[in-house]
Design a protein around this ligand. Structure first.
Ligand SMILES: *Cc1c(COP(=O)(O)O)cnc(C)c1O
Length: 222
């Protein structure tokens, strides 16, 4: 068993069933992804289109690819044919482009709305009020090739656990609010994508359904 394989196994043993693991393989070679695949991992997260397209060609067809980074509209067309979930829906313009490309090949793409809850300016995503307005305006209702399946967010990069927990609680409460106000009749709206290598235990305690873990599995990104 490889190191990567054993890290996958021990994470899976630790996590409650019902939480899915997205192995974030960005910057790591296809061989490392294969080692994780051979240990039973099927969901992988990438944040660059070109890198993702190259790796996707090298892994078995039942590998599930999730896009987790900031997505440029002119690159949407390259991932739409195979992507299983886009975690980073952060504007109406991006949504319209995904809808257009997905309609052309008649695929429905699960997407998570990215929310900005951290203290850092650099992080992307809708602010809570922007997201309320986006949902109220309802352009998404005319996008039959997009399935809004939940929300994604990142906590502030800090060692202050209280701060991190507070941000995950905010994400969870926004998820509940949107579920109630806009998706009460829609069972697809169920994912709360939060938690990375340094904060996944807190995220799991606060109700995450998808953890996005990179360096803990694959080692540091060089
Ligand atoms: C890189 C990245 C991760 C994984 O980060 P680690 O700290 O290596 O676990 C998770 N989510 C997003 C959006 C990322 O860009």
């Amino acid at each position: 068993m490889t190191t990567i394989g054993s890290r996958i196994r021990s994470l899976k043993e630790e996590l409650p069933s019902g939480i899915r693991l997205v192995a974030v393989s960005k910057f790591h070679p296809a061989d490392d992804i294969r080692a994780a695949y051979d240990a039973g991992q099927r969901i992988f997260g990438e944040n660059r289109v070109q890198e993702l397209v190259e790796k996707q060609a090298l892994l078995p067809p039942d590998t599930e690819w999730h896009f987790i980074g900031s997505l440029q509209r002119n690159k949407v067309k390259f991932i739409v044919p195979f992507i299983a979930c886009i975690h980073s829906l952060d504007s109406e313009r991006l949504m319209i482009e995904i809808e257009k490309q997905a309609a052309q090949i008649d695929r429905v793409i699960p997407c998570l709305i990215e929310l900005h809850v951290a203290q850092e300016e650099s992080k992307s995503g809708f602010l809570p009020d922007e997201c309320r307005r986006f949902l109220r305006e309802g352009v998404w209702r005319n996008c039959p090739h997009i399935r809004i399946s939940g929300v994604m967010g990142m906590a502030t990069f800090t060692s202050d656990e209280t701060q991190i927990r507070k941000e995950f609680r905010l994400l969870k409460s926004l998820f509940e609010e949107f579920k109630n106000d806009f998706f009460a009749e829609d069972p697809s709206f169920k994912e709360l994508s939060m938690g990375m290598s340094d904060d996944y235990r807190i995220a799991a305690e606060e109700g995450s359904t998808m953890l996005r873990i990179g360096s803990l599995i694959f080692g540091p990104r060089i």
